[in-house]
Ligand binder design. Structure first.
Ligand SMILES: [Fe+2]
Length: 197
């Protein structure tokens, strides 16, 4: 697995391509989106069905995993300051997603699924195999792709139009994460459309 990933020295491309400058732009943009208060909007109808709660629970589990992956990787000592800054921003997005989903699940009368332990995540994600910054970015890219696919697929299962809007926002955030990391690794954007879902 490790041999397939770029070496840490390849990651200078992050700085060269101005990802840190772009990351600052993303924070501002996403803050503006957050000002629309997705939780408030999604709870206005009060029509969250049990099936929607189940979908949200699955999404919440994905967010817990993303937070843990970025937090553990961030503390691994494998990341350079520039990459750590991006990872921290992305972790913050996942934490905001988590907060929205937990609030909505509770609003609907559900009990939000709890995160697993760090040791469980470490085992499931095979974190002990990560030996370089490139390894970490490759794993994060894979997780972001999975999250984007999951959200794109889950939208069709939702009953609430407001929740559909929220999940579209979540999907877009994950797509930004994937695209940023994918580009940092120098992997070409696929020529074929419909990248996710
Ligand atoms: Fe993400």
């Amino acid at each position: 697995m490790t041999s397939e990933f770029p070496k840490a020295t390849d990651l200078g491309v992050i700085e060269r391509r101005g990802f840190l400058r772009n990351a600052g732009f993303m924070v501002v943009s996403l803050s503006a989106i957050g000002a629309a208060s997705p939780v408030a909007a999604a709870t206005q109808t009060g029509s969250d069905s049990e099936s929607d709660v189940n979908v949200m629970q699955g999404a919440l589990a994905i967010e817990h995993e993303g937070i843990a992956a970025y937090r553990i990787a961030g503390g691994s000592g494998l990341l350079t300051p520039g990459t750590l800054k991006i990872a921290t921003i992305f972790m913050g997005h996942h934490q905001q997603h988590r907060d929205s989903l937990e609030a909505l699940i509770q609003k609907a009368g559900g009990s939000p699924v709890a995160p697993k332990s760090d040791s469980q995540y470490a085992q499931e994600l095979n974190l002990s195999a990560l030996k370089s910054e490139g390894d970490v970015i490759a794993l994060a890219t894979k997780l972001e792709q999975g999250a984007t696919n999951a959200y794109a697929g889950q939208v069709a299962a939702l009953q609430s139009h407001q929740l559909t809007h929220l999940f579209t926002q979540l999907c877009a955030d994950e797509a930004v994460h994937w695209a940023t990391l994918n580009n940092a690794m120098g992997v070409p954007i696929p020529a074929k459309a419909y990248l996710f879902g």
